[in-house]
Ligand binder design. Structure first.
Ligand code: IPM
Ligand code: MN
Length: 358
């Protein structure tokens, strides 16, 4: 008998609903790994508010060192009112941004898909969103989030939006490679009618497209892209964009699917990948057991696929989510839409664990 494969997973539960949703993702990972014959070992790390409470800083050194030794990192969510009034360098969000930078996860993949079972859950008409399948490729470790100089004083405040050629080239390459495996269409989103950094972005993306003659490249200003996402989302296949535009557009795109509680993300780049739901820590519902764990479970599925190449296990989870929705199980956020049974966070975890291990 051969030894079964074993992976070390860094786990960051975080704040708010983070611990609840991560527990469900681990429940599912345990079930599917047993069924598929591989082994997962977990190691927990602190980040965000809970790290501030325990160590005084949002991103402890042990976290930075520890995650780099893992095969992949699964992350819940951070932040909450308790830590909102801290100075910027001590805020939970600063910890997350620091972690992304330290891990070199410059490519953030945010799929926005619409489950057929939930076409009525969106605020948009079913005919507009049925069949939507968009991949937002967001640059994650540059742009205005990280640009220097930055300043906040009594009389003025500023940030700097900056991209180097290398930063744009590498994210563009990721988007083209992904497009080659999809419908071979990229819409690069910028604000080139106003910003030099966007003119630069556009020129580099154009140049990269010469290496991918099969991929159709278009450009769109970000304001128009926000409008088009709502007006006619099926026109998009891959959206390639910078850090802040991607942040905003991916929240907008999440509403096509009906609930922000459904959408996963994968952040990859230099080495170890970081997998997290696109939603926040939802402090208003934390601890009540009503959060939707599907975005995190879906992120765990992306982890299996992109980091561990356990595609069979990933397929099992994706199918289990579809089946649970088909069978009418809904967490409260989706309770109004063709629900047969409203379930808790942990019941949803049980159902997906059960379905995905069959
Ligand atoms: C996200 C979040 C983060 C971001 C925050 C929490 C710093 O909104 O992952 O989209 O802006 O990147
Ligand atoms: Mn965001």
């Amino acid at each position: 008998m051969g030894m079964s494969k074993s992976y070390r997973i860094g786990v960051i539960k975080g704040d708010g609903i983070g611990p609840e949703i991560i527990d469900e993702a681990i429940k599912v990972l345990d079930a599917v790994s047993v069924a598929q014959g591989f082994n997962l070992k977990y190691e927990e790390f602190l980040l965000g508010g809970s790290a501030i409470d325990a160590t005084g800083v949002p991103l402890p050194d042990e976290t930075i060192k520890g995650v780099k030794t893992c095969d992949a990192v699964l992350f819940g969510a951070i932040g909450g009112p308790k830590w909102d009034n801290l100075e910027r360098h001590l805020r939970p969000e600063t910890g997350l941004l620091g972690l992304r930078k330290e891990m070199g996860t410059f490519a953030n993949l945010r799929p926005a898909t619409v489950y057929d079972e939930l076409v009525n859950a969106s605020t948009l008409k079913a005919s507009v969103i049925k069949g939507v399948d968009i991949m937002v490729v967001r640059e994650l470790t540059g742009g205005i989030y990280f640009g220097e100089p930055r300043e906040l004083n009594e009389n003025m405040a500023f940030n700097t939006m900056v991209y180097s050629r290398g930063e744009v080239e590498r994210i563009a390459k990721v988007a083209f490679e992904i497009a080659m495996k999809r419908e071979k269409r990229i819409c690069s989103v910028d604000k080139a009618n106003v910003l030099e950094v966007s003119q630069f972005w556009r020129e580099i993306v154009e140049k990269m497209s010469l290496n991918y003659p099969e991929v159709e490249l278009t450009h769109m200003y970000v304001d128009n892209a926000a409008m088009q996402l709502i007006r006619s989302p099926k026109q998009f296949d891959v959206i390639l964009t910078g850090n802040i535009f991607g942040d905003i557009l991916s929240d907008a795109a999440s509403m096509l699917s009906g609930s922000i509680g459904l959408l996963p993300s994968a952040s990859t780049g230099r080495g170890v990948g970081l997998f997290e739901p696109i939603h926040g820590s939802a402090p208003d519902i934390a601890g009540q057991g009503i959060a939707n764990p599907l975005a995190t479970i879906s992120s765990a599925s992306m982890m299996l696929r992109y980091a561990l190449e356990e595609n069979g296990a990933s397929d099992k989870i994706d199918d289990a989510i579809k089946k649970a929705l088909q069978d009418g199980y809904r967490t409260g956020d989706l309770g109004d839409f063709d629900a047969k049974e409203i379930v808790s966070c942990s019941q949803m975890g049980d159902i997906i664990a059960d379905y995905s291990s069959k």
